[in-house]
Unconditional design. Structure first.
Length: 180
């Protein structure tokens, strides 16, 4: 009878929230890796970003003359190959961190939980700053950028809430879930 208790004690406990966090990290990491490959291919092709963007909008049967799409097009005209290389490397490294954290959490490795907590906690001050910037009547340092997204506050609240929940959940349950 004691053998049964020993075997069940070594078996990891079910953690549905952990599985969601693993899928979230692996999904985001995979999307970032694919984005990095796309940026790499675009940078190597030497195509005009504005032209590629206009072709893509026409392919989707969207009007490139709408203000939202024109603002994105104006921003793309200012992108240089050096900026693309920085974006490519940043998305590649961040994607690798997310995939590493997702794999570490999936295998319930002790380092995986700390990597996931650090990744989620890193963005919390940035999100709070952005929320304060958008919600304040006086500009903190820079005025809110409203030229592309008119109501980013709901999205910022959602991302902040998800990151806070991930940090609290993993911090509170790391001893219970990760027995290493």
């Amino acid at each position: 009878m004691s053998d049964v208790k020993k075997k069940s004690a070594g078996k990891p406990k079910a953690a549905p929230t952990l599985y969601f966090i693993v899928l979230h990290h692996l999904g985001k990491g995979t999307l970032l890796m694919l984005t990095s490959l796309g940026i790499f291919a675009l940078n190597k092709s030497g195509h005009d970003l504005g032209g590629v963007y206009d072709e893509f909008l026409r392919f989707l049967h969207l009007d490139p003359a709408q203000r939202f799409f024109m603002n994105i097009g104006d921003w793309l005209d200012q992108v240089t190959p050096a900026n693309l290389r920085v974006a490519e490397m940043g998305t590649l490294l961040y994607g690798l961190v997310l995939i590493g954290a997702g794999i570490g959490l999936a295998f319930r490795a002790h380092w995986g939980v700390w990597l996931a907590i650090g990744e989620a906690a890193f963005f919390i001050p940035i999100e709070i700053y952005e929320l304060a910037r958008h919600l304040s009547s006086r500009p903190i340092v820079l005025p809110p950028r409203t030229e592309m997204f008119h109501h980013p506050v709901a999205g910022l609240f959602a991302v902040l809430a998800i990151n806070v929940v991930v940090v609290i959940y993993l911090s509170a349950n790391r001893q219970r879930i990760f027995k290493h």
